[in-house]
Design a protein around this ligand. Structure first.
Ligand SMILES: [Fe+2]
Length: 231
């Protein structure tokens, strides 16, 4: 499986995945996607999204209209559990929390996470369901270390500024930032486990930060909710 990241808007990130000559656009808002696919000899077979927010779905109509690709509703895909691209299976998992309809695409070592998980942080909980969001994060934590996170926005700088407030003595934050490339924004789950506060809410350093804010930290759910509540 191959992947290419396309930046658009102020900080949106969209993707083209392909296997053989079959391609799938996910959150394809970047105008140059089709030209890239054509120049690489790819057929855009499918168009889908990580969730229904307008900044992620803005390219659908144009991509489908200009290429004849089939639009696949992400909710149907996550209900079905997978799709096939060039003979290879891409898993689609529900990832509620940011929105109720959020999904993640898992293909080879690539994990396209939309606004559920960013490099170094997580999305806002617009669904209001923090328990579901915690279940999503717990699930993502079960995926292997070498998994590469391809997110829906580039929030790396802001996420590490927050991580530094939570864990000022975490030396991994500098390392994470030194690997930051705005032209190719990604991280491994191993890196996320070392810097992302929303993966680290059971670490002593994060718990002691939360205690100082006066938030409850007795259970994992409380620690998660307390961290999500930090302004
Ligand atoms: Fe969103």
């Amino acid at each position: 499986m191959h992947i290419r990241q396309f930046r658009y808007g102020s900080d949106n990130l969209g993707y083209l995945l392909w296997e053989g000559n079959q391609a799938l656009a996910i959150d394809g808002g970047a105008p140059e996607i089709l030209a890239f696919a054509e120049s690489a000899g790819l057929v855009l077979a499918f168009v889908s999204n990580t969730h229904g927010h307008a900044d992620h779905t803005s390219g659908n109509k144009r991509l489908v209209g200009d290429s004849g690709a089939r639009y696949l509703d992400h909710r149907d895909l996550s209900a079905r559990g997978s799709l096939e691209l060039g003979g290879t299976v891409i898993r689609v998992y529900p990832a509620p929390g940011h929105t109720e309809d959020s999904v993640v695409f898992h293909a080879g070592s690539f994990l396209v996470t939309g606004d559920a998980l960013f490099n170094g942080t997580v999305g806002n909980c617009f669904s209001g369901d923090l328990d579901a969001f915690l279940r999503t994060i717990r699930f993502l934590m079960t995926l292997p270390d070498h998994t590469v996170v391809y997110a829906g926005h580039d929030y790396v700088k802001a996420s590490m500024a927050f991580a530094r407030i939570v864990e000022p003595d975490n030396p991994e934050i500098d390392r994470f930032l030194s690997g930051y490339d705005p032209k190719h924004v990604r991280s491994t789950l191993a890196e996320e486990r070392r810097v992302n506060p929303y993966f680290r809410f059971n670490e002593e350093s994060v718990v002691s930060f939360l205690k100082k804010t006066g938030s409850p930290v007795g259970t994992e759910t409380e620690r998660w909710k307390s961290l999500m509540g930090v302004e």
